[in-house]
Design a protein. Structure first.
Length: 284
């Protein structure tokens, strides 16, 4: 049986990708940020997941304002890195896992959790930066990746509770796939940041660190945070944090915290990162 063995949450700030691509990770500005991912890289190299499901948001790259799916699952065989205005990042093409993705699509829809099926999609920094943070700069990504895009760009985004429940449905879906696969789920985005208007540059360390505690130990309380609280406390782009709840819902109710990192700033953003392992006996 396939099994979701662990979850990784991390911010996906595009400037982090630029720093990696341009070989600037040792610069004084960036060193403390990347130092917090060294253990993570060793951890995932040891874990050797068979598949990664990456929950991320498209930043009006693949989806324009013409079509805005709330949840979109990538079922294609590959997903090229997107040109976000200055050429595509020099990272490998993301190889999908159509067999598992189609199984997940069927399971979710029959579980009454309708999602959009995507057969062609370029993936932007929301997906590629977390892969770079965790896997470095390989010739090819070490495992197939299933993108799961969540709309947090155009109001109304899904609630945190809906995202937690999507994660639980994802766990049921993966658990009913009849091949032995060890799957890791990424939740990306956040933490507090606001890129626009009077409060641009907003950072809220207290909110972020409480959220890190809740995502590990009390996801139901995190799932009850209303949109307006994300906006008020974590800035207009802090809503990206609802995607961490999909990751958390996909794990067992009790988890083991492997690693945590919090760093301010990267570009305009407070960077948060946490790794959680599922407890086998307590699976949903
Ligand atoms: C920044 C952060 C993001 O999450 C994003 O999607 C774009 C920019 C930033 O801090 O610059
Ligand atoms: Fe973003």
């Amino acid at each position: 049986m396939a099994e979701i063995v662990a979850g990784v949450a991390t911010s996906h700030v595009p400037a982090i990708g630029v720093a990696i691509d341009q070989g600037r990770t040792d610069e004084p500005y960036w060193r403390p940020l990347f130092a917090g991912f060294e253990k993570s890289r060793r951890w995932i190299a040891d874990l050797k997941p068979d598949v990664a499901i990456v929950v991320y948001n498209d930043h009006a790259t693949a989806f324009s304002l013409e079509i805005i799916p709330t949840f979109a699952l990538g079922c294609a065989t590959e997903f090229p890195p997107a040109d976000e205005g200055w050429g595509a990042r020099p990272v490998p093409v993301v190889k999908g896992h159509p067999e598992l993705a189609w199984h997940i699509a069927q399971s979710l829809v029959l579980d009454e959790f309708d999602i959009t099926i995507v057969n062609k999609m370029d993936v932007d920094h929301g997906l590629t930066v977390p892969l770079s943070l965790m896997f470095g700069q390989p010739e090819a990504w070490p495992c197939p990746v299933i993108p799961l895009a969540v709309n947090v760009v155009q109001y109304p985004p899904p609630t945190g509770n809906r995202c937690l429940n999507l994660g639980r449905a994802l766990r049921r879906a993966v658990g009913s796939f009849g091949r032995d696969l060890r799957v890791v789920v990424f939740g990306t985005g956040g933490m507090s940041h606001q890129l626009q208007a009077q409060r641009a540059g907003l950072i809220n360390r207290e909110f972020d660190n409480r959220f890190l505690d809740l995502i590990a130990n009390d996801p139901e309380t995190a799932a009850a945070i209303p949109h307006v609280d994300y906006l008020r406390e974590a800035g207009s782009e802090g809503i990206e944090l609802v995607m961490w709840l999909v990751m958390r819902g996909a794990l067992s109710p009790h988890v083991r915290e492997v690693h945590r990192h919090y760093h301010v700033p990267a570009s305009n953003t407070a960077v948060g990162h946490i790794i959680l392992e599922s407890e086998r006996e307590a699976s949903a």
